[in-house]
Write a protein that binds this ligand. Structure first.
Ligand code: MG
Length: 203
């Protein structure tokens, strides 16, 4: 499986990092070795002093496709989850300054904790999903899928032009405002609507 992630998909987050609002989705990849499942702990890596959390809704791809038209995009994902796109902000900043790719800042081991997935039929409206992240019991980020610049179907359609989507692939759909650093000892909890979906201890 592969992990495809969308950057700069919420206006308020673009502003907090002083990034430009994109005219097309910003895409990057994480390797499968980035995935943490079953609430596994995150081990703070020694190559960074500024690991940030970014809570994001996830799509799980249910069937193979490429060049998917937006009108058919909904047929290609059946399940929604939540994850954290851990980012070594210090390394990312250096890469951005030099115009280099971000992979080491975004795709390192353990940088993609993911929850269990919920069938999308459990949601009344995929364009109105609330989600949030607490760190040590304090809310740090909250978002709603209605605030995405590119919605789920836009993302599927755009990404599938470049990368054939395969069953089991996961898409991180971008983070809302409020990103910030983690410290060893923090406990992160992510919710979709009122349901606790994911817990991560920073070790
Ligand atoms: Mg992100």
């Amino acid at each position: 499986m592969k992990i495809i992630a969308i950057g700069r998909n919420y206006a308020a987050h673009i502003e907090e990092l002083n990034n430009e609002r994109p005219s097309e989705p910003v895409i990057f990849l994480k390797p499968d070795t980035a995935v943490l499942r079953n609430n596994a702990p995150f081990y703070y890596p020694d190559f960074s002093n500024n690991i940030h959390f970014e809570v994001e809704l996830l799509l799980k791809i249910g069937r193979e496709g490429k060049y998917i038209e937006k009108g058919f995009a909904h047929k290609y994902y059946d399940e929604i989850g939540i994850g954290v796109d851990f980012t070594a902000r210090d390394l990312q900043q250096k890469c951005k300054e030099k115009g280099l790719p971000w992979e080491i800042a975004k795709g390192f081991n353990g940088s993609a904790p993911i929850s269990q997935f919920i069938n999308k039929t459990n949601f009344d409206d995929l364009k109105n999903i609330n989600f949030r992240l607490e760190v040590d019991g304090e809310e740090k980020q909250s978002g709603n899928s209605s605030l995405m610049l590119f919605d789920f179907d836009d993302i599927i359609s755009y990404v599938s032009k470049f990368f054939t989507l395969k069953k089991g692939d996961i898409i991180f759909t971008g983070t809302p405002a409020g990103v910030g650093p983690v410290q060893i000892g923090n406990k992160l909890v992510a919710y979709i609507e009122g349901d606790k979906m994911l817990e991560i201890e920073i070790k």
